[in-house]
Ligand binder design. Sequence first.
Ligand code: XUL
Ligand code: CO
Length: 437
Amino acid sequence: MSSEAFPDIPVIPFEGPDSRNPLAFKHYDKEEVIGGKPMKDHFRFGMAYWHTMRNPLADPFGPGTSQKPWDDGTDSVENAVKRVDVAFEFMQKTGIDFYCFHDRDVAPEGATLKESNESLDRVADALESKQKETGIKLLWGTACLFAHPRYNQGAATSPYAEVFAYAGAQVKKALEVTHRLGGEGYTFWGGREGYSTLWNTNLKQELEHLAAFLHMAVDHARKIGFTGQFYIEPKPREPSTHQYDSDSAACLNFLREHDLLDHLKLNIETNHATLAGHSMMHELEVAMAAGALGSIDANTGDELIGWDTDQFPTNIYLTTQIMLCLLKMGGFTTGGLNFDAKPRRESFEPVDLFHAHIGGMDAFARGLKVAHAIREDGRLDQFVADRYSSYDSGIGAKIQGREVGFEQLEAHVLSQGEPSIPSGRQEMLENLINEFI
Ligand code: XUL
Ligand code: CO
């Protein structure tokens, strides 16, 4: 490998569960076939450029600590281009096949849109050639519509039409670059598409503007021949007090109301789910019920801190739940598991980036094995199927088929009397899951 960014770190090998080497996979064996598919195709792991390559690891109380010896600390295009080599060296060494980026993670924002676009094109040249060289692919692209001060009151939901226009121009370019790089998707996450106070906010108008914006994106994709999947990523707050895409249910309602459900799926992030007061499994199930689970931002939060800590997922119970959902869905098509996660501020050395990703990948490998075993065992699925079996015949089948109304239900109850129902058996099922973990 030509780059020198991680000279002491080899391509991470699979050494199996008995290995004590921190720079080895214990469970993630890329080509191992589970349920008819190699592990790598179940996961389609992605590296988040903004965290792994750019996050300085600052927190609200102190500056960044992250050591990035390859980075000269400037906002130059040359530095941005050099970073591309590092990103691909990192992905090759960890065996990550996809990446995701915001326009402003990969290339600097200039004084004008024209300047920004030219920088982005120059970095895209480098990304394109590295993709060709390595076979690594772009899972999705996005535009950063939340960092620049112009977006401090929103982008598509800004009260100022000039800002809406700027955001549209920026997304146009980000979409074109995503298309040029063969991106399999394009994500909208509206960090500032919400409000800080309702006293100054016309909520209805802002929602209509957001819908108009997304329709413009869909139209432009059609125009340039981009056939990748659009995603919207729910998050309830932070930085906004309230974000309009607050959770899966709110996103689905918004998409349906504005005729966008055929064009966007959801990109569900664990830490956003818990910030919304839901479990990740809840958010996934809600999205799946609408046939709209597209992709996953794989991370986890610290429930004691209570903000978006974007930690690497290491909890096997969590990865098992996620993989059970994905197996039930039949796996990803365009989406993947993007590690939207960063090491802690205390973990500032380059090798910590490796430990973090290895840990996440191993946690998902174990989650997959456990989830697959639970499905093969069949008792969980059978329990659920049995629990609803009264809808398979008799009055249940008529309800399911919408063949009866309240009058028939009344007649049924008058003839049958009080129903007798079995236990929900939560504890038994929790024990069953633990048999496999
Ligand atoms: C922020 C977040 C974003 C999106 C992409 O909480 O998750 O990084 O994933 O804009
Ligand atoms: Co995210």
